[in-house]
Design a protein around this ligand. Structure first.
Ligand code: M6R
Length: 630
């Protein structure tokens, strides 16, 4: 999704801004741009804003700024993921204001970059047009630039404060003004924005993600909802929601580890491949320090004690999107079977808008890799507004809005995930959710010490078990050669493995663009069987569980229609390769944890199929890594 970097400095800041954009590239974008204050570096230059924008990669933007000699010590930069208006240069940020007071016709009294969506942009646009403002893009963002311009009377901070008071929707913005060469003003509501405190020369930074500032500063202030920030040389000033500019808000400066190592590909072709192979390490990091099942594992950063909450709750409501939603679907089976707790799993974007029956004794569990997904955050706030105050998140980013807004948390330690298709985040979420299941089972008196010991032993063995599954890669590659020629695929699973089939289908469609659907195998004859022909490969997740014999019958139904089966089978299932049936034998493993293992060959299948089709694996078309708009 969109990314922001901004800075006030004494040196030419353009290389740092562009490097920041490069660090945010993995989030997905379709255009990019940078604007600087020309006289901020050299006071002999005429005051004015310069910009470069491109619909190519950030690397091309860098060439463009070098050719056009765009340099300055104060600047803002952006990667755009189109929402309003096509991915064309005139829609790329930064946007300039074109006020009627700008008699020379030179664009650029105000320059602005924006993440988020402004819901009342149409009415604001009409009002501004009536006052003579001329629009050159289809974006909602340009409205904010003109709005700031319309409020400007010598103080950029005051103008931004007045402008954001008129906005409805979500935004993180960074703004400069032609007449204030050493100042950038930022504001956030609904979209993340951080302040980077410079380590020398009085410089300070803004960014939508601390990762953009890796190697520049590790001193980070996480701005809160409604905050405005004023960056000037040698000082910064934060004002909280609804406060006067004279009363600064105190926000802690945190030392945040730079993620530079994550950007190295090492021996891998793509980040997704690297991340698939990092899963044994990610799981062992996620489980590090777990000596036994104790509620304290889930205690909140503010000291909220998980054991109190666990005693009080009588059900679980899981809210999430995409892959995280599927990990929640798998957890439902564990929570109901092992902990005996009624569990509901909802797609966050649906839950937030439907009329539901709130249960104040429900534990609301949000699952999110990024911790910034707009729909999941909104669903959490919706649940809270309905009186559900017991909240817990399974999240991969300790400093994210989700962790800040939930009472309890379990931080997965997958490390930075760069590939848009989520892999190691999924398996670490499952590990966190299995621990949560055990902790809830224990607090409800449903976990004996022997059961706890057996589950924990199996969890500790997971990294080794995952290595054994990763060793199946050559066999998966031979499946991928067949899949690369297909345009459709079906995935079947039953019980705990139905969510794994869903996740396998999502992975394949995201990166190979093959249409893939997943069904609980028992549903086959209620409709999807009509699709089965020799041109429809059917992937079947077949662990040796209570439903195996039923699954075998479903497989017969496929073969009887000339469908070709690709089966992930446990050793003792007695499913053998034969005409139209390709079997990959899974290594032996602990039954309750088998979803974590069965998903891995499906990740590899999607990856190698996409490679064979030559798609952009890490940045699939139309998708973004972190979905911070609705
Ligand atoms: O950061 P989150 O876990 O909240 O993201 C949720 C989804 O956007 C994400 O899982 C998405 O479905 C991935 N592209 C799946 O690979």
């Amino acid at each position: 999704m969109c990314g922001i970097v901004g800075a006030v400095s004494m040196r030419n800041i353009v290389p740092i801004l562009v490097q920041g954009l490069q660090r945010l590239e993995y989030r997905g974008y379709d255009s990019c741009g940078v604007a600087v204050h020309a006289s901020s570096l050299d006071a002999t230059r005429p005051a004015g804003l310069q910009r470069a924008r491109s619909t190519a990669r950030v690397a091309e933007l860098l060439e463009q700024v070098q050719t056009d000699r765009v340099d300055g010590a104060t600047g803002i930069a952006h990667t755009r993921w189109a929402t309003h208006g096509a991915p064309e240069v005139h829609n790329a940020h930064p946007h300039f204001s074109h006020g009627t007071g700008d008699a020379s016709g030179t664009p650029g009294r105000v320059a602005l970059v924006h993440n988020g969506i402004i819901e009342n942009h149409e009415e604001l646009r009409a009002a501004l047009q009536a006052r003579g403002y001329v629009f050159t893009s289809q974006t909602d963002t340009e409205v904010i630039a003109h709005l700031v311009d319309s409020h400007y009377s010598g103080d950029l901070f005051e103008a931004v404060q007045a402008a954001v008071a008129q906005l409805h929707g979500a935004y993180a913005i960074a703004v400069m003004h032609r007449d204030e060469p050493h100042r950038v003003v930022g504001a956030r509501a609904g979209s993340p924005l951080i302040l980077g405190v410079g380590t020398g020369g009085g410089e300070h930074f803004l960014a939508s993600d601390a990762m953009a500032l890796a190697g520049v500063t590790d001193q980070i202030v996480y701005l809160e909802e409604g905050d405005l920030v004023d960056l000037q040389l040698g000082r910064y000033w934060i004002v909280g929601k609804g406060r006067e500019a004279l009363t600064p808000a105190q926000r802690p400066v945190r030392t945040v580890q730079a993620h530079s190592g994550a950007a190295e590909l090492g021996p891998y072709r793509h980040y997704m491949q690297k991340e698939i192979f990092e899963q044994p390490r990610a799981i062992s990091d996620t489980l590090e320090g777990v000596e036994g099942i104790v509620p304290e594992l889930f205690d909140g950063a503010d000291g909220t004690a998980a054991w109190r909450v666990f005693k009080e709750i009588d059900s679980v409501l899981i809210l999430a999107c995409g892959t995280s939603y599927y990990s929640g679907c798998a957890a439902k089976y564990w929570l109901e079977e092992i902990a005996g707790i009624p569990t509901q799993v909802e797609v966050a974007s649906e839950y937030r808008y439907r009329t539901s029956v709130p249960n104040p004794r429900s534990l609301v569990v949000t699952i999110t890799q990024s911790g910034e997904t707009a729909d999941t955050l909104a669903a959490l706030r919706h649940a809270q507004s309905l009186g559900m105050q017991h909240t817990l998140t399974i999240c991969n980013v300790a400093t994210s809005a989700m962790v800040r807004e939930c009472k309890l948390a379990y931080i997965t330690r997958a490390g930075v995930e760069i590939g848009v298709a989520s892999t190691k985040a999924f398996t670490t979420q499952l590990a966190g959710l299995f621990l949560l299941t055990l902790a809830l089972a224990q607090s409800k008196g449903r976990l004996t010490p022997e059961q706890e010991a057996a589950h924990l032993k199996a969890m500790r063995h997971l990294p080794v078990a995952l290595q054994a599954v990763l060793a199946l890669e050559p066999q998966v590659i031979s499946w991928a050669e067949d899949f690369a020629r297909m345009e459709n695929a079906l995935f079947l699973g039953r019980g705990l493995h139905y969510p794994i089939a869903l996740e396998g289908a999502l992975k394949l469609k995201e990166i190979s663009y093959i249409h893939a659907e997943a069904y609980p195998a028992g549903e086959l004859k209620h409709g999807p069987l009509a699709l089965v022909t020799s041109a429809m490969p059917v992937v079947t997740v077949a662990p040796n569980d209570a439903l195996l014999e039923k699954l075998k019958s479903n497989m017969q139904e496929v073969r009887a229609r000339a469908g070709v089966l690709y089966v992930l089978a446990d050793a003792d299932t007695r499913i053998e390769s034969s005409e139209g049936i390709h079997v990959i034998r899974m290594p032996e493993h602990y039954g309750p944890l088998s979803p974590l293992l069965h998903v891995v060959p499906l990740q590899l299948l999607a990856y190698h199929t996409a490679c064979a089709r030559g798609t952009d694996v890490d940045k699939p078309r139309n998708l973004a890594k972190s979905v911070t708009v609705e």
